[in-house]
Design a protein around this ligand. Sequence first.
Ligand code: PEP
Ligand code: MG
Length: 777
Amino acid sequence: MSIQWLEDVRSTDIETVGGKGASLGELTAAGLPVPPGFVVTADTYRTFLETAGIDEERFGGLDVDPDDDTGLAAAASQARELITETPLPESVREEIITAYRSVGGETDDQPSEPFVAVRSSATAEDLPDASFAGQHGTYLNVTENDLITRVKACWASLFSERAVHYRNNQGFDHDDVDIAVVVQQMVDAEKSGVLFTRHPSTGDRQMIVEAAWGLGEAVVSGTVSPDHYVIDPETATVVESTIADKKQQMLKDPETGETAIQPVPDTDRTTRVLTDEEVERLVELGQRVEAHYDAPQDVEWAIVNGEAFMLQSRPITTISETAGTDPAAATGGDAERSSTAPERAKSSTDGAADTLVRGVSASPGTGSGAVRIVKKLDHLDQVTEGDIIVSKMTMPDMVPAMKRASAIITDEGGMTSHASIVSREMGVPAVVGTQDATQTLTNGQIVTVDGEMGTVREGSTDDESAIQPDPLEAVRPQTPVKPMTATEVKVNLSIPDAAERAAATGADGVGLLRTEHMVLSLGKTPARYIDDHGEEAYIDELVSGIRTVAEEFYPRPVRARTLDAPTDEFRELKGGSDEPHEHNPMLGYRGIRRSLDDPDPFRCELRAFSRLFEMGYDNVELMIPLVNDAEDIERTTLLMEQVGIDPAKARWGVMIETPASALLIEEIAATGVDFVSFGTNDLTQYTLAVDRNNEHVAARFDELHPSVLKLIGSTIETCRELDVETSICGQAASKPAMVKFLVEKGISSVSANIDAVRDVQHEVKRVEQKLLLDSVR
Ligand code: PEP
Ligand code: MG
């Protein structure tokens, strides 16, 4: 038998029908409402490979160095081709088609040729420590014509580059994972979503439901923001709900039968998806499935014509042993964190005489150790574990040394300079813009850096506060579930190594992935690197850095930005002496203006994006920095097309960082951008004429200045009219006052630094709830 009917399958049959098939079979047998269907077994797949004699060829081909991207891509593509091009034995074909014909049968609204969902079900799927979520193919609304092709496409999806890379990363042998395929009657969901039968973090007796219009794929893949309901299971009543603005839904096109993202009619966008009766029905199903498995479950469900179906159920593995405390009380802490040291010192009792230097409190936390003054790039080697790095300004590729350091002090810079951004990201305490730390402090001197106060004191501290928390635990949300917000809260990232930490915040995606650090860490300018190693090697480096983040966040979106490094940041690198000398690098040769002027290295960056799209990283979005007008954008999209990126298909957008771009937002929207994102670090410096890296004018750097807010407010208004998404990824996204302003204006998402995400989630939720309350009062 090549197939097994779902009603004959049990949860112990994973080896034969894969994780998804086993779970659906168990639910069917338990009498729960699962759409009828069958599974093309893993044995069928295995026998196909063996009979066709492609088994050895397939695994032999994949036996390449996992770091050899090009070799891996070629081998994976060859394996896929072997599977799709080798014909299926006629007997197997017939068995699948016959089974298909009896799925659904013929009724008034179900034509004789039923629509089915074809879903991969890998045998290593949904293991406790490897979810394989989103790794393998799923095809909706399939009919007889393309059924066999789709089944084989599921088999081949075991060999997408992404899946191969994932198995390599997770330590699975390619040989260990087989794939079955579930063929199941299609439910044309009017509404769908997920249901947690217990609170996913605390295990509290609360059910959590997320619901959106249309097919569930849109919720699971993160394409739409769903409504969020907290339900008391005893009474089956909603105790808390957040109704999202559901702009899109995934529906079947009645003409072509294809599934497509479509706009939600205006009248339904902010309407609550679930009725009270539907909530009751889901609670009942949740209780039955939990009782059946005797464990909390995470269920995918769909509703059509008032009837609820279960599409999948897995155990919730994230429930922690101890309930966390609600950090809501900490909301507002950012106002302090982002104030400058001189302001903080005034209100501080820490005016002690042992304060050696003061600066801007750039990254919170306290660290003690021996001063290591670093003047040149090669001095970074001398930084040993626990040292305090003291330098004039951030250095290219300080990152490895930062990992060893217990704190960082710089003479120059402000809150938004790269030293600050990177140290916050890495969770290393930092005080920047001290003006004279490299003169005042001496090598070997023992000091304590207070990143919160912006001070450096003589001596060490055995105070408990000096012990740094585990950086991963420090950012992990401690509330039961992350606050559900209609406005998405994303995270900014510069160093791929920090991706796990960034993802642990529960952010809805990456709102800004700066690629500068990937390039700076090569130790050579792009031009020199390409001269020495060739274009392909440069592209490989970019692909590998962006992919690490895209993988960690998949399917949450990752907005990666093309290069924007001022010439002075490149100076210390090999090849840096060829960089032009500029009077004011911040106003100079950087961002898209440099990329358009010197398109060869830029084309390599775009080719890296093109490669990632081909590899299946459909969560990667492309963002262009420092544009002034539509011409900048049109010249960029031409280059995108030249490397094979179709601007109509890829998701891309631009940063609003100059007053020019904010003032010309209509013409920018007309270029076809999917989104714009406010880079308030630059927008503030260019609007107020305050150099963001100049500590002498740091007190004048004010992202909340009325002129900056006016530009942002009017841009959001226009974008809402023109249906362009808006976001912010500058440092100001961490300020509660800015968050309040933006949410009230109707921004689509905000993206904050890792250390601030948790507070921003709470702040956004607070403002949204207040808006809702005000609207009904
Ligand atoms: C900004 O300008 O606000 C921004 C996010 O970009 P960067 O800090 O890298 O210039
Ligand atoms: Mg910028």
